[in-house]
Design a protein around this ligand. Structure first.
Ligand SMILES: NC(=O)c1ccc[n+]([C@@H]2O[C@H](COP(=O)([O-])OP(=O)(O)OC[C@H]3O[C@@H](n4cnc5c(N)ncnc54)[C@H](OP(=O)(O)O)[C@@H]3O)[C@@H](O)[C@H]2O)c1
Length: 306
């Protein structure tokens, strides 16, 4: 029988597929910290490890198979932080099981696969959003508002990068280093600057060319000024700032520390409760996947791999 729980005021009941690092360190604490969201269950291929990790949450339901969690009628929304190669399959399964889905980036391994996921979401009538958490940070929201309001004139150039050294300390089994799991730096972190550029211009690029560079700062350059976000994607626990330079004037917009993962899950929860569309659209998601593929092709790299 379908649950009748989903009223405008009741917390959204979340299930999480896997004991992924990002779930344990960021998204599950964000759900637990939120009054409007509730963590109900976690599924893991390794239930003994799940029991150990969540020993401090005795009320939490633990499943030894992802499918069993999807069959739980007391779950409204599922968060999917699996390896990239499994995002499409498990998002479709969760949608077909009647769950709303917040899936980690990138939504799928290829744009074609992404389209099948979007079609599954449309057929299910459930909400789907790709988990680009940085879009919910007020520094991102503020910078995009300034650019869209024309504060720096016509946008001429956007520079953005995100990098870290995955080889220090060595972790050869990391999912990011496994091509078969749709790993790789473009899929793991390159997708953020692509998403940022698309958000600034509000459309996908017409052509792409790629080169590797570091470190990570985002800059939007207009014909009358610039907007700089010094720590654009993972500002962490510190206060941060956006720097707006226009006509010789420099404005340092201070942004107080927030938990962007909490803002992300609460936004998705609000959309489920109210029926509003998520701020991060599926059009953006598919554009991102298409751009990733175009960059691989531009670099002469075969993609998709399978
Ligand atoms: N938004 C962000 O800030 C952010 C940050 C980091 C990562 N991510 C994204 O989140 C996802 C997970 O990243 P992560 O670093 O948290 O990964 P991770 O720690 O390696 O966790 C992935 C989990 O997937 C499950 N899994 C199922 N099949 C697997 C397989 N064949 N190989 C390996 N693991 C398998 C495992 O959980 P069980 O054994 O419990 O089933 C594993 O713990 C990726 O899509 C990544 O792009 C997002």
């Amino acid at each position: 029988m379908q649950s009748t729980h989903n009223t405008h005021h009741a917390p959204i009941r979340w299930g999480v597929l896997s004991v992924a690092n990002i779930a344990v360190k960021r998204v599950i604490p964000a759900i637990l910290a939120s009054k409007s969201e509730k963590l109900v269950a976690v599924a893991s291929r390794n239930i003994a490890r799940a029991r150990e990790v969540f020993a401090h949450l005795p009320e939490l339901r633990l499943y030894g198979e992802y499918e069993s969690l999807l069959l739980d009628p007391e779950i409204d929304a599922v968060y999917i932080p699996l390896p990239n190669s499994l995002h499409a399959e498990w998002t479709i399964r969760a949608l077909e099981a009647g769950k709303h889905v917040l899936c980690e980036k990138p939504l799928a391994a290829t744009a074609e696969q992404g389209m099948t996921v979007v079609e599954a979401a449309q057929a299910s009538g459930k909400l789907l959003m790709e988990a680009f958490m940085y879009r919910f940070h007020p520094q991102t929201v503020w910078a995009l508002e300034q650019a869209q309001a024309g504060r720096i004139g016509n946008i001429k150039l956007v520079r953005s990068s995100f990098s870290f050294n995955i080889l220090l300390p060595p972790r050869p089994h990391d999912i990011r280093l496994q091509a078969a799991l749709a790993g790789g730096s473009l899929m793991d972190v390159g997708c953020y600057p692509i998403n940022f550029c698309r958000a600034v211009y509000d459309h996908a690029p017409s052509t792409v060319a790629a080169r590797v560079s570091a470190p990570g700062v985002s800059e939007i350059i207009g014909d009358q000024g610039t907007i700089t976000i010094p720590v654009p994607f993972v500002p962490g626990d510190a206060d941060t700032e956006v720097v707006l330079s226009i006509e010789g004037q420099i404005i340092h917009q201070r942004i107080t520390h927030v938990d962007q993962y909490r803002l992300e899950v609460e936004h998705f929860g609000t959309c489920i409760r109210t029926g509003a569309q998520p701020a991060l659209s599926l059009t953006e998601t598919i554009d991102n996947l298409r751009t990733i593929e175009a960059i691989y092709q531009s670099a002469g790299h075969p993609w998709p791999l399978v």
